[in-house]
Design a protein around this ligand. Sequence first.
Ligand code: BES
Ligand code: ZN
Length: 663
Amino acid sequence: MEELKAYRPKTSPELDPSTLSNYTCFTVKLTTLHFDIDFEKKIVSGKVKYDLLNKSETDHVDLDTSYLDITKVSIQNESCDNQYKLHSRKEPLGSKLHISIPASTPKNFQLEIEFSTTSKCTALQFLDKEATDGKNHPYLFCQCQAIHARSLFPSFDTPGIKSPYKFSAKSPLKTLLSGLLIKEDNENNTVYFEQPVPIPSYLVSIASGDIARTSIGPRSDVMTEPVNLAKCKWEFERDMENFIQVAEKLIFEYEWQKFDSLVLPASFPYGGMEIPNLCQLTPTLICGDRSLVNVVAHELAHSWSGNLVTNCSWEHFWLNEGWTVYLERRILEALAVIEAKQQGKGDKEAHYYGEQVRQFNAIIGWTDLENDLKSMGDNVDKYSILVQDLKGKKKCQKKDEKEDNQSNASPDDPDDAFSTVPYEKGFNLLYLIEKIVGKEKFDLFIPAYFREFRFKSLDTFQFIDYLFDFFKEDAVKLDQIEWKKWLYEPGMPPIDPKFDTTLAQACYDLAKKCYQYALSEDDENEFTQFKLVANEINDFSPSQNIVFLDTLIAYEKVAGFSWKQHKKTLNRMATLYHDQYTETSNAEIKFRWFYLQATGEVLDFEVAMGEFLGTIGRMKFVRPGYALLNKVNRELAVRYFQRFENRYHPICKAMVRKDLQLD
Ligand code: BES
Ligand code: ZN
């Protein structure tokens, strides 16, 4: 702990370098937000009213905006059209909206702003009706995390401040917002929602289109385009309520009343997004075998880690995601225990099996982390650190600029810093703490931590201080953790956790056999010695297939070995595994399979990968997919990207453009 002293921020929670707003001066008592969707012009206009308490007697409000038109500003219902200024754009944070507060304004006051999005809005994606599955109506959806809410409405766009919301929206189509439905006024095409729990701006969301709804549990519905509704129901209804109950046992009661999910069109750029009361999911989860429901468990876990207890800035993102991955794996473990008991296993055996399932999932995460670090190239030193530094090159130290703590810096874009590091390094740090204090004691810490920081935004030091306070008797043990390495040094975690490989072993064994087969490819006698037969993967669960394929891909790292010199083996596998892999509807498997083949520069699969990238917009696949094609066949990569780029969400499009160095 001593070694961390130098890193401790001067004030806690640490200030957010990714906002231009003066959020520390205010309490936001209520945000009233109205959206008016224009599908023809592809813009959203609206009005936001902030009920503010001016805590520090400041004479101005600074808000974040990005590519917004501001049409009217008033304070206490008085128009103040010549008292505000929209500053010029400062990348990557956007344009500060500076509003002077008249001297006569009371401490508690209302600020109202009318605005409109523009075609450059990075949060929204408008889909023409042809791009939807039903093909009859256009669609609008939104993704605000990390710093895109400012392109949707003028905001204190930082996770460091929260507010309850009253939402309304006008649209000719079914419309959903981040809260509980209060009223539908069909005559005026207007819906009303409320979010009584204070939330940060990045959890604001809107979706509108031909959306149907059905129940998947006592407090859960699923919503999606009508043609896909039955499949979505089947995919999630077995697990939904079980997930909530297991999470409640692990932490404490679910505080948001309903947990509804919206399965979005294919261009949704993430696997899932934890919008309160409106969990948003990629349609790639609808694979027909319920094997990707872990994403729902993950987004549900955010109801505590992230949505109740929130990172104070994106530098401390691991507090959101590391905790969520930890909870996700505990939820899946608990369900595996229940399942094993139902199958007649005794208590001890069932718990042992549950733990093995958790370790297996942790292995998948560890491999993802290794692959991610490899793909970071020169940025690895910067982006593989757990507590990120987004302040930018030149840090502003001037004392007289308290409110504008980053005026001289050019901050980093949180989207650029996004990786599995906060997820998996974060998970591993929590797992290590659990190991050190023991699982039983750690289980007491979980609810205590979430209660302590409920409704708040915190930094890493507040977490650590609370941890040491909670485990006073174990402080000596906790002190042995190499904190500085874990939190502030790049690379893989300082400790190899040696996960239990029981469930992974079969995957390793078969992958090794394929590898040996490849090595003996040119030797007629040996070639047949390592017989590869199709049914060897028949007993694999979907996640075992993933580990098998990950292991095969990882052989590319072995010195002197490259799949492109072993096309015979790749072809043999392509024949054997055609039905299970080439034709699978599980995107996690399909992607890895195409990735392996394209790594070996098998042209048919480079093309298959290119085509696949036109059917999905999830960045987890799209970015590494194009990056690989770019490496093995740049011409093809660029051709496919240019063909499909307008299908992607603006965030995804911008990231791939950067990855392919097209700007
Ligand atoms: N909140 C994230 C998605 C996100 C992160 C969006 C940062 C924008 C910026 C979400 O909870 C998430 O982690 N999704 C994962 C799910 C996976 C880890 C199970 C995803 O999209 O793959
Ligand atoms: Zn998450």
